[in-house]
Design a protein around this ligand. Structure first.
Ligand SMILES: Nc1ncnc2c1ncn2[C@@H]1O[C@H](COP(=O)(O)OS(=O)(=O)O)[C@@H](OP(=O)(O)O)[C@H]1O
Ligand SMILES: Nc1ncnc2c1ncn2[C@@H]1O[C@H](COP(=O)(O)OP(=O)(O)O)[C@@H](O)[C@H]1O
Length: 220
């Protein structure tokens, strides 16, 4: 393989000095699960709980990121050529999801290296894609990637259906819909598994994640 001319640049300000100033350790807390499982709600609630403790955080979630960094072709075509939009716009095919998670994983890893407790909430259905992100994040330090599997039964997600997408998917109006016409590969050994059907509130589920982060030494 031709060695790239892109050379990594060592920064003067170290990750450790950034974390010392924040009195915390950077991390990527990766929420994964079906559409409607509760990952955005729980991640938002965890963000609120961390902010209440004065922690420095960032939250990235599927719907929002797909308005910008990982926008679909039709949105890019508003500002760019159709060729550009077709090349860089992302949908929900397997390769598009791979690129979606690759981009987000790289961004989240950078945020963690700045000392931020970075929360991400994406369906991220493919084990291979999540494991790649884990390797990127943990290249810096083992243990910095905390996978949170929001294990809510499909029946509950479909009953909730807050955006009516399951109904459209069942009617064949949406292709490649996770859990209906596209696979979801559940994590085999997540750091945290939340039972989405156990009747707990998002605040209670978020509190469990918060305590795990504290026990793992990300903050005192
Ligand atoms: N085909 C298909 N499959 C799954 N989800 C779909 C699809 N089309 C649109 N949506 C909406 O997009 C949100 C998932 O985007 P993600 O970036 O998290 O997906 S992925 O990680 O690339 O699989 C997801 O948001 P959440 O419901 O918050 O998970 C859906 O509302
Ligand atoms: N623990 C919970 N108990 C009851 N409803 C929940 C819970 N967590 C989330 N919900 C509801 O489920 C729906 C989907 O939640 P959301 O966070 O958007 O899921 P996702 O981001 O995984 O698609 C929302 O209407 C939300 O209010």
């Amino acid at each position: 393989m031709v060695k790239s001319d892109i050379v990594w640049h060592q920064h003067v300000v170290t990750r450790e000095s950034r974390e010392d100033r924040l009195s915390q350790k950077g991390a990527v807390v990766w929420f994964t699960g079906l559409s409607g499982c509760g990952k955005s709600t729980i991640a938002n609630e965890l963000d609120r709980q961390l902010a209440e403790l004065g922690r420095a955080t960032m939250l990235l979630d599927g719907d929002n990121i797909r308005h910008g960094l990982c926008a679909p072709p039709e949105r890019l075509a508003e500002e760019h050529t159709q060729e550009f939009a077709d090349r860089f716009g992302l949908g929900f095919g397997e390769t598009d999801r791979e690129e979606n998670i690759r981009r987000i994983g790289s961004l989240a890893s950078l945020m963690a290296s700045a000392g931020l407790i970075t929360l991400t909430a994406f369906v991220s259905p493919y084990r291979r894609d999540r494991d790649r992100v884990r390797r990127i994040v943990e290249a810096g330090r083992t243990g910095d990637f905390v996978e949170v599997f929001v294990d809510t039964p499909l029946e509950i997600c479909e009953t909730r259906d807050p955006k009516g997408l399951y109904k459209k998917a069942r009617a064949g109006l949406i292709k490649n819909f996770t859990g209906i016409s596209d696979p979801y590969e559940a994590p085999t050994s997540p750091e945290i598994r939340l039972d989405g059907g156990d009747g707990r509130t998002p605040a209670q589920q978020a509190a469990e994640v918060l305590e795990t982060l504290r026990k793992r030494g990300f903050f005192a």
